[in-house]
Structures are given as structure tokens and as C-alpha cells.
Design a protein around this ligand. Structure first.
Ligand SMILES: [Zn+2]
Length: 418
């Protein structure tokens, strides 16, 4: 069954108008935006959304981390908050939907509740988190980690490419870093977090389905592999006598690709995205090669197994080519699973509106990743064209976004009245 506009409780026109209006702030091309965190464009967008929150009857504030928070009061104002949201900052060469639909969609859900005179049992807060993207100061999820008390030493001293520190940018934005504590949430004060987001991948489109329910965010394993052989003249060293580090590296790239492609039903992905060759000359046999490995899976056991197999392969290939090797681990994050309770509720609600929402994992991380350490969380993905994101070509139809927002609304309403 395809949903008709009449089955939508949320206001599709308003949703569309707001997404469009935000796409005009920091506009860089017909469909491209650039709203770097804590920039004047970011501020203009935050002020715009704040105005809409107030229009909707929410109490809105910008906290000291630069987060925008709109609150719909609950019957019990002391009860742990149900939080909905995402981010509206962007990459420098970005599309109109990443993060935006999660904030505008959440606001739409809250506004719909308000218009239907539904008072939630607990307060509902709609959040546009500051600096999810992390491109300006080279470290993301800032606002969400801020409210959870999880900022690291030195974060305020990080600089952008113009030498402006995070601290200066925050002050310019109107925040007071001396008052961070006032903006933190105490443990247990958030009951759950729900984020609506574009998929940023091709799965929903391939399955011809507008909306998906996320099972979890797969944490990446990041390794750096260094191979060392022996340099020699490309014209004189016979093939069987070579210790060519690049040939070894090439075989490892293929091995990773094979290992992660074996089970086509699994969401495992493996990538070598960066490689350095020494001495990097056309007539010298490569002596040293270092490259990165990014390995992800929602099932940590399967990821561990592939890692073990890959390490064996690296060993064998190195032996074959007379290479020595080192493998260093840069990041090892565990997958963070969505709450079963929220997934079940989403699945029930999607069936109620005739949506056959499939389950899928998230490869990229989101604000939800930080929230997953604090409370139950759930995510709804919306189909996007060709899986393109972080690109002005990023596109989702308003029909699909409306369906995702409707599911967000219905899920939040059920949770709010629980
Ligand atoms: Zn995003």
C-alpha cells in the first residue's frame, strides 16, 4: 500500500517549505550548501529554526555548546526527556538534506503533537546539535558530546584553517565556554533519543523502499599497515629477486576486498582509502608502503573474524615477497545497537501506515552514536538517490521524507504517551 497524502498526520507542505528555506542559507549552488559549524551561516540557520520552534509553541534556547534545543513541556516536567533531533551544520560542499531532515522532521513531529493538543507524559526536546560534521575543527559530534560531558582535553584549542580556535568560534556564536557545566545533562535525564536521517547509502533505493529502520551503527576498525621491502633499480633487479612492498600492498588490498565480499548477504565493508609509497619514483622498486584499512560490520564477531583472516593474509603475503610488516590500530569502535523496544515500535507503526520498512545498519556515524552511550536510541533512514551524500547532488523526495517524518511522529507519540 502506498501512503496517500491524506494518511499523513504531519504537515508535508510545511516540512517541504522549511527544508527549502534552510537550503537557502549558506547556499553555494542550485542545490548545494555550505554551513560550517559555528559560522555566520550556521548561526543564521540556527536562528531560523529557533524562530520556527517558537512559532510551534516550543520554548527554544541555544546552549553553551552551540546546540539549539526546543522543548515541549510534558505532564511531568521532571521526567527524563524524550529527545529527537540531528544537526544542521554541513560539510563545505554539501547537500540540502543531511542532518536537516532530522531536525525539521523532529520539529514537525513536536508541532503536530502540539496542534493535536496531545500532551506528552515527559518533556520532548527537539535538538539541532552543534558541529556533528567535524570538518571545520577536525573533530565532530561536538554538541552532543558536550551535553553528555564527554569533551576531551584540548578541544577548545583546535583551530580551523584560518587559525580560529573552537573557543573563539563558540564565543563569536554567543556561547560561553566557562558555562559548559550549565548546559550538561545529568546521567539518566534523557530517556531516549530518536534520529531521522537520510541513508547516505544505496540500500533502500535498491530495495525500492522509502524508509528503513536502523539496527545499529557499525563501528569502524581502523588499521594502518606498513610494509617494508628493498628498493632497487626498476631496470635491473630480476623479478624473482625483488622485495616489492607495493606488490605486497596490492595483494593485501585485493585480499581485504575478497574477504569482505565473500558473504553477499552480510553488510561487511572494507576499504583501503589512503596509501603512501616510498620513495615514490617510477624507476625504483617501492621499498616502503603504508596504507589505511577501514573495516566495518554490525556484527563484531564477524568483523573480528575477518580481521584475523586479514592479519593472516598480511603475514603470508609479506613472507612471499620478503617483506617485513607492522600493523597498528588507530581506532577500534564497537557497533552500537539500536534499542529493541524502539525498533519494534517503529516496525509496528510503519506497518500501521502501510509501510514495509526494512531493517538496515548504518555505516556512517551520527549524533546517535554519542547518545547510544547515554540512553536507548533509534534511527529512521530515508531513501536517497544513488546513495549520494556530502555532495550537492544529495537528493531525497519530499514524499519519502514525509513518510520518514510520519514514522518519527508516530513513534515519538507512542513513546510520549507510554
Ligand atoms: Zn548527518
Amino acid at each position: 500500500m502506498r501512503l496517500t497524502e491524506k494518511t499523513l498526520t504531519i504537515n508535508k507542505t510545511r516540512l517541504e517549505e522549511r527544508i527549502h528555506a534552510l537550503s537557502q542559507i549558506g547556499k553555494i549552488s542550485d542545490t548545494g550548501v555550505c554551513r560550517l559549524a559555528l559560522s555566520p551561516e550556521d548561526k543564521a540557520a540556527v536562528e531560523t529554526v529557533k524562530g520556527w520552534m517558537e512559532e510551534a509553541g516550543l520554548t527554544a534556547r541555544i546552549d553553551h555548546f552551540g546546540n539549539l534545543i526546543g522543548r515541549l513541556e510534558g505532564r511531568n516536567p521532571e521526567a527524563p526527556v524524550l529527545m529527537l533531533g540531528s544537526h544542521i551544520d554541513s560539510q563545505p560542499y554539501a547537500g540540502r538534506f543531511d542532518g536537516v531532515i532530522g531536525v525539521i522532521g523532529a520539529l514537525e513531529a513536536a508541532q503536530t503533537l502540539k496542534e493535536l493538543n496531545i500532551t506528552p507524559n515527559m518533556p520532548i526536546e527537539i535538538v539541532a546539535f552543534c558541529d556533528e560534521e567535524g570538518c571545520r575543527f577536525n573533530k565532530g559530534l561536538f554538541g552532543v558530546r558536550g551535553i553528555l560531558g564527554k569533551l576531551e582535553d584540548g578541544e577548545l584549542d583546535r583551530t580551523d584553517k584560518n587559525g580560529i580556535t573552537r573557543k573563539e568560534a563558540l564565543i563569536e556564536f554567543g556561547c560561553d565556554p566557562e558555562k559548559f557545566k550549565e548546559s550538561e545533562y545529568s546521567a539518566g535525564s534523557i530517556s531516549a533519543f530518536i534520529e531521522l536521517h537520510i541513508e547516505q547509502g544505496p540500500i533502500l533505493e535498491a530495495k525500492d523502499t522509502p524508509v528503513g529502520i536502523v539496527t545499529g551503527i557499525s563501528g569502524p576498525l581502523w588499521l594502518t599497515v606498513e610494509l617494508e621491502g628493498f628498493a632497487g633499480h626498476a631496470g635491473s633487479v630480476p623479478m624473482h629477486m625483488r622485495q616489492d612492498a607495493l606488490v605486497g600492498a596490492a595483494k593485501i588490498v585485493v585480499a581485504l576486498n575478497d574477504l569482505t565480499s565473500e558473504d553477499v548477504s552480510a553488510p561487511t565493508v572494507g576499504t583501503v582509502g589512503s596509501m603512501k609509497i616510498f620513495p615514490d619514483s617510477r624507476n625504483i622498486i617501492p621499498e616502503k608502503v603504508s596504507f589505511t584499512i577501514d573495516l566495518r560490520d554490525i556484527e563484531i564477531e564477524r568483523r573480528d573474524l575477518i580481521e584475523q583472516q586479514l592479519r593472516k593474509k598480511i603475514h603470508t603475503i609479506s613472507e612471499q615477497h620478503g617483506l617485513t610488516y607492522t600493523i597498528s590500530e588507530d581506532t577500534n569502535s564497537e557497533p552500537r545497537y539500536c534499542s529493541e523496544r524502539i525498533k519494534k515500535l517503529m516496525s509496528k507503526e510503519s506497518a500501521n501506515i502501510g509501510l514495509n520498512a526494512i531493517e538496515l545498519m548504518s555505516g556512517p556515524f551520527h549524533d546517535s552514536l554519542a547518545m547510544s552511550y547515554e540512553c536507548d536510541y533509534g534511527m529512521i533512514f530515508v531513501r536517497c538517490k544513488d546513495g549520494i551524500s556530502h555532495n550537492p547532488k544529495e537528493f531525497s523526495t519530499i514524499e519519502d521524507i514525509s513518510l520518514g517524518t510520519e514514522l518519527l511522529y508516530r513513534t515519538a507519540m507512542k513513546m510520549a504517551l507510554d
